[in-house]
Design a binder for this molecule. Structure first.
Ligand code: AMP
Length: 440
């Protein structure tokens, strides 16, 4: 996997700085393959789904092509839903952090139109809108398309499914013909191909083709979790399965650092590995992991490449990988040398889609699992505690403690009562500690 880095894409200094702040280590496959064409101003058809880094792909290229001195509207992105419009506009804002004076505005139905009109009057270079609301502004003449040089149709197949075909065509026709037309779509049905024939000129088709890969024989599970609940679910699974060595993958350096901090607060022995670290630091972390002084190693794909992590009990995809091939590389880090291993993948919202895609690519089954409840974890813990009690009795040497119990029995308590009370104290203490950690 010798992927070209961001530096090979010849981006501006401001863009490199923003990308570094976002914690991206290297371009995703769709970014590597589509950005060069988009930077040249060519029309592009990108066949890519949510989760592959498609937004940053067209976002980076578009931002690099905006003339910062020109305050007029230069790029229009159409998205199927308000949520996506907001998400895309946030990603573009992050990517434009060091491009001073750039104005990006999401415009979608449901928000008071007056506020959008005011913002548009102040000058906006990029809008990200839903087709219906963009049409509304065109009818009111509050949006002028004469200076637009880039139009992006994001999730084009979804927009067609939602009945936006006529709106899209009217909007595209309002934009000068010398424009660059970019279309991203997860699927390429005939209706999409018709659109591209009608409105794109000599488009470059970027489709992800996969290498043949050997998929390791690992038990694979996935969990649908909210973003904020991921750390809690990770902790529960580690406790429930009593995992001694886990490798947890995040998509960015920032996510690695954040997760390591959260896990440390919860009392786990953990550390991170990512591309910003010095070799010496990495070697230290790796040898601590091998000596089992670290029980959870959190890493990015780039950092984990080429390292031997030995006997990992489980691999977690804390973030679903942006590339199917990464998934195979990641899960191959467990179950080495014929040992049983587990791969757990967390998906949020729309990402369930990616699970189906990965299953198709790997021709394996990833089984949906319910997030274990606190009581599941408690039950397992209680069983472990009882096992420990039995082991301690069998091992003998209870001398001093036996004398203490005898003292209580003379005070008229039964040995059953004493044993039950002691267990209650131990279990309640464990519960209290847990509650404190969740609150933190
Ligand atoms: P998207 O496919 O646009 O929905 O992006 C999915 C997620 O991947 C978003 O959270 C992006 O911020 C993130 N992402 C985009 N490009 C990269 C990259 N090069 N490295 C890591 N994460 C990325």
């Amino acid at each position: 996997m010798e992927n070209p880095g961001f530096k090979d894409l010849h981006l501006s200094k401001e863009m490199h700085m923003a990308i570094a702040d976002m914690g991206f280590e290297e371009p995703t496959t769709i970014q590597n393959r589509s950005i060069p064409y988009m930077l040249e101003g060519k029309d592009v058809i990108g066949q890519a789904q949510t989760g592959t880094g498609k937004t940053a792909a067209f976002g980076i290229a578009t931002l690099e092509r905006i003339d910062l001195k020109n305050k007029g509207l230069q790029a229009v992105t159409l998205c199927p839903t308000r949520e996506l419009a907001i998400q895309v506009s946030e990603e573009l804002k992050n990517l434009s952090k060091y491009k001073k004076g750039i104005k990006i505005l999401p415009i979608y139905g449901g928000q008071p139109i007056g506020r959008q009109i005011k913002a548009l009057k102040e000058g906006v270079q990029i809008i990200i809108g839903t087709p219906g609301r963009v049409m509304d502004h065109l009818d009111r003449r509050t949006l002028k398309m004469d200076g637009v040089k880039i139009i992006i149709l994001d999730e084009a197949d979804e927009m067609l499914d939602m009945g936006f075909r006529d709106d899209i065509e009217i909007i595209v026709r309002k934009i000068p013909e010398q424009r660059q037309t970019i279309l991203f779509s997860a699927t390429m049905p005939k209706a999409i191909l018709n659109l591209t024939k009608k409105y794109q000129s000599n488009p470059q088709l970027i489709k992800l083709v996969h290498k043949e890969m050997t998929v390791p024989n690992v038990e694979q599970f996935y969990f649908e979790v909210k973003q904020q609940a991921k750390t809690e679910v990770l902790s529960r699974l580690i406790d429930l399965y009593n995992l001694k060595l886990s490798l947890v993958f995040c998509n960015t350096k920032r996510r690695v650092d954040e997760l390591v901090e959260k896990l440390k607060t919860r009392g786990y022995l953990t550390d991170g590995l990512h591309g910003d670290m010095q070799q010496k630091q990495r070697d230290r972390v790796m040898s601590e992991f091998r000596r089992m002084e670290i029980e959870i190693l959190v890493a990015t794909d780039v950092a984990a490449r080429g390292i031997d992590v030995g006997d990992t009990d489980a691999v977690f995809n804390y973030d679903i990988p942006t590339d199917d091939e990464y998934y195979v590389h990641r899960i191959g880090r467990t179950a080495r040398a014929g040992k049983a291993g587990h791969a757990f993948t967390f998906v949020t919202g729309k990402e369930a889609y990616r699970i189906r895609q990965i299953q198709r690519f790997t021709k394996t089954k990833i089984i949906a699992q319910k997030v274990p409840s606190i009581s599941d974890v408690e039950e397992i813990r209680t069983n472990l505690l009882l096992e420990k009690v039995k082991e301690t009795v069998d091992a003998g040497y209870l001398g001093k403690c036996r004398n203490l119990v005898e003292k209580l029995i003379q005070e008229d308590y039964t040995s059953l009562e004493v044993a039950a009370a002691l267990l209650k104290i131990v279990i309640d203490e464990g519960g209290k500690e847990e509650a404190m950690q969740i609150k933190k």
